[in-house]
Design a protein around this ligand. Structure first.
Ligand code: FAD
Length: 548
């Protein structure tokens, strides 16, 4: 095999991913030293195209980065005006009053935003400072130096044939090399996964945990729209089948974000997260709100849930993991954007100091110390037991115990210490013989939609002639193991209908419709055999989210 020859470009800092973490790092680096050469590479066709969040934004990170964001026109237009939390039964609801909630759960001072639009605005700020941003550039490989250090990434390889050979318009891409490389790919990044394994970064830590979040944007009847209203629910329809819940946020233009998160440590392989979401919209409280409205966009993305005890080591020679490549979501608040921004700032400050001292390609230990001991660590430490309590005891006991633990942690102590998560989400899946299939109602096409129709509202696109970016370590496993033992769970856990078992009996085949992929990474996380490796497709491919 001939080695691919590539041109190389040198920078001070190379940043993978134009999410809130990567863009914050880029902006802070240029604020600290306008002469630093900084590049940001983004696999989406434009900045924001692959961003999917709730999103209620705690502006603490943005204010630290750009204190005059209001004057500069940041798209934070909708302050939260009311905060509701409901426990749902099939036909009814109980509103939990706000007063027993720990103060950290309060959304006062937060904003309902499109994080896609916030990232687009942040990219403009970064470019004004001289940051080079290249969208449509998927970073597909890491470049290592002679001493095992990370030197850079390969980005922009295009035009391979489906079998992996070079097609007529093949472009080898470039090597982008830096004194430091920041990996800010968000949840379950493909380069982060390689680095965590190579440098054994999760050694001594709890396994990372995840949820799958699905979201629709609805335009609703203006008479029902309450600008700034935030609601969260738990309970029906998941019940005891899985942890999770919903969010309903009223943003501008009579639009509402309706979202649903299912924790991926569910045991029953028949569970169908997408159909749980569709069923949820038929609850009277939600149906009443959405009736007469129209769904204008759909998307899905995994969310990190392991929290404080699952954060891997974040630094290795020449590179650092930022934001949700580490896993910085505060689970009970369903918020990670503020910590992603704070981590970008901390990484930039550590790299700036190192470069100013003439260092390169070493470990930015100051960054990791700031994350663990500073604002991010303090934010996550207070809520570290909420997720494991939920996994161990279910919804109601965990609400009481988790609430109490958050209160005592707010006062500076915990009766519970730090509870572990134990298993990975893949290991949590049980065999089908221990469970019964779940009967989901058919979507009605008004409130609920079949998966493929909804995927068309993610505007996802993948050039079909390229190699499938969802790689099976062993192609036999889906039919020989996952189908007989786990009833083929990939056909259900994927929110985009990528995986299909087609045909009957001996004729049955496993089909991967990679064109539908919305880059949520659930398959990489939940496959019981850990047989699916999500890799980057050609840059620019994937969803094209409007204002998610
Ligand atoms: C359903 C849902 C609801 C949420 N709600 C909220 C909320 O209300 N409030 C809140 O604060 N947080 C919320 N979060 C969490 C929040 O979205 C994350 O914490 C945040 O996105 C992390 O930012 P990040 O910059 O680390 O990663 P991301 O925002 O995921 O950005 C990563 C970027 O890197 C790009 N990328 C990835 N790999 C590569 C590669 N190899 N090459 C090039 N580019 C690459 C991606 O395309 C993406 O643009 C929610 C998450 C989900 C899924």
């Amino acid at each position: 095999m001939t080695e691919v020859q590539r041109e190389a470009m040198e920078y001070d800092v190379v940043i993978v991913g134009a999410g809130p973490a990567g863009l914050s790092a880029a902006i802070r680096l240029k604020q600290l030293d306008a002469d630093l050469q900084v590049v940001v590479l983004e696999k989406g066709s434009e900045v924001g195209a692959h961003i999917l969040s709730g999103a209620v934004l705690d502006p603490v990170g943005l204010t630290k980065l750009i204190p005059d964001w209001k004057e500069k026109g940041a798209p934070l237009n909708t302050p939260v005006t009311e905060d509701n939390f409901y426990l749902l039964g099939e036909a009814g609801k109980i509103r939990v009053p706000n007063f027993p909630m720990p103060p950290l759960m309060n959304n006062h001072g937060n904003y309902i935003v499109s994080m896609g639009n916030v990232c687009r605005w942040m990219a403009e700020q970064a470019e004004e400072l001289g940051v080079e941003i290249f969208p449509g550039m998927a970073c597909s490989e890491l470049v290592y130096g002679g001493n095992g250090e990370v030197k850079g990434v390969v980005a922009g390889e295009f035009g391979k044939n489906a079998d992996g050979t070079e097609g007529p318009g093949y472009e080898p891409g470039m090597e982008l090399l830096g004194k430091y490389v920041f990996i800010s790919e968000g949840v379950r990044g493909s380069l982060a996964k390689e680095l965590i394994a190579k440098y054994d970064l999760s050694k001594g830590k709890e396994p990372q945990k995840f949820g799958i979040g699905m979201k629709e944007i609805w335009e609703i009847d203006p008479a029902k729209h309450k600008l700034g209203s935030v609601s969260h629910t738990m309970g029906w329809p998941l019940g005891s089948n899985a942890g999770g819940g919903s969010f309903i946020y009223h943003l501008e233009n009579n639009q509402v974000y309706v979202g649903f998160v299912v924790h991926l440590n569910y045991k029953n392989p028949y569970l169908f997260p997408y159909m749980e979401f569709q069923r949820f919209k038929h609850h009277p409280m939600v149906a009443e709100l959405l009736e007469g409205g129209k769904r204008v966009a759909y998307g899905a993305r995994a969310i990190t849930e392991g929290g404080y005890q699952s954060m891997p080591k974040m630094v290795m020679p020449g590179a650092a993991l930022l934001g949700c490549s580490v896993g910085m979501v505060n689970v009970p608040r369903i918020k990670g954007n503020h910590n992603a921004m704070l981590s970008g700032i901390a990484a930039a400050e550590a790299a700036h100091e190192a470069i100013a001292a003439g260092r390169a390609s070493d470990e930015l230990t100051a960054y990791e110390t700031t994350v663990r001991d500073g604002e991010i660590g303090q934010d996550l430490k207070k809520v570290r037991n909420v997720k494991p309590l939920w996994s161990k005891y279910g919804l109601f006991p965990s609400l009481a115990l988790g609430g109490l633990d958050m209160w005592t942690n707010t006062l500076g102590f915990s009766f519970l210490g730090t509870i572990g998560h134990g298993k990975t989400d893949a290991e949590a899946t049980e065999t089908a013989d221990k469970h019964t299939p779940i009967d989901y109602p058919k979507p009605d096409g008004k409130l609920s939609f079949d998966r493929l129709t909804n995927v068309s509202f993610a505007m996802t696109n993948h050039e079909e002639s390229q190699p499938c970016h969802l790689k099976l370590a062993d192609p036999e496993i889906p039919l020989k193991k996952n189908l007989p033992q786990y009833a083929g769970p990939s056909a259900r856990y994927c929110p985009a209908g990528v995986y299909e078992f087609v045909g009957e009996g001996d004729e049955k085949t496993f089909q991967i419709n990679f064109q539908n992929c919305v880059h949520c990474k659930t398959c990489d996380i939940k496959d019981p055999a850990q047989n699916i490796n999500w890799t980057t497709p050609q840059g620019g491919d994937g969803p094209n989210y409007p204002n998610m």
